[in-house]
Design a binder for this molecule. Structure first.
Ligand code: ADE
Length: 243
């Protein structure tokens, strides 16, 4: 997958894109990442990418010309990209969207700064994404979060192919609790069944524990989780107890 970012702080991406799973995905050729500097498409002495807001208002807005010219240039070669803008007014990002984005051959992510974008830039967007109901100082961190969540879903990006299947949200539930050595620590014991070697019993316990944890910590997820009738009844008793 090709991921490109367009931003006034391309250097912000260096460390994150060179570390751990993302760094390895690049070395393995699973991820081809490139951070473009929006200032390369400015024409004035100050290389400005922002301007005052028509009609008044505090702060500065990212203006159209550098962004339109950059997107024209970037998209003039290579596979047709899916162009993403980051803004708090976008679609909320979640695991389903990460999975959908992992199907594109090329993503171009436009990261704003200041008070946001001139509204006309959104005509370039295939999609606008929000990370959540809060305001970041810029879209770069959002682009890193989305790239991380998407790239780890690509075949070969994680060492163990199963780890993206069984984790939180993959089945509409939070992931079951997990433990490692020591079996007993400061009076806290690992559930006996997990030490039993009985794979059937372990799978059953994990399913139950995932339902219990989801009902307790994220009751909102239970309504849409694919549960058997008996499992839903169990989840409802947990929810009722936590109310
Ligand atoms: N830019 C500023 N705030 C943002 C948010 N919450 N999500 C995505 N991009 C942003």
């Amino acid at each position: 997958m090709i991921v490109e970012t367009l931003s006034v702080f391309p250097e912000m991406f260096e460390q994150v894109m060179a570390t751990s799973i993302l760094g390895r995905a690049r070395k393995k050729g699973i991820l081809d990442f490139r951070a473009h500097d929006l200032r390369d498409w400015t024409h004035d002495r100050h290389r400005s990418t922002d301007d005052e807001i028509y009609g008044g208002g505090a702060g500065l807005l990212m203006c159209c010309p550098p962004i339109f010219e950059a997107i024209d240039d970037i998209t003039s070669t290579g596979p047709a990209p899916h162009v993403i803008f980051f803004t708090p007014t976008g679609q909320p990002f979640d695991q389903d969207m990460a999975l959908e984005l992992s199907g594109y051959e090329r993503l171009v992510m436009v990261c704003g700064r200041y008070e946001g974008f001139d509204e006309r830039v959104y005509t370039l967007a295939d999609r606008c994404i929000s990370l959540g109901d809060y305001v970041l100082t810029g879209g770069e961190l959002a682009a890193m979060v989305v790239t991380d969540a998407v790239v780890r879903l690509l075949p070969g990006a994680l060492g163990d192919e199963n780890s993206a299947v069984e984790e939180s949200f993959a089945e509409g539930l939070l992931e079951f609790p997990q433990y490692t050595r020591p079996a007993s620590y400061r009076g806290m014991e690992v559930p006996e069944v997990l030490l039993s070697g009985n794979h059937g019993a372990i799978a059953q316990w994990r399913r139950r524990a995932a339902i219990e944890k989801t009902a307790r910590l994220r009751p909102d997820m239970i309504d849409t989780a694919p549960l058997a009738d008996e499992e839903r009844a169990y989840a409802d008793t947990i929810r009722a107890d936590s109310d």
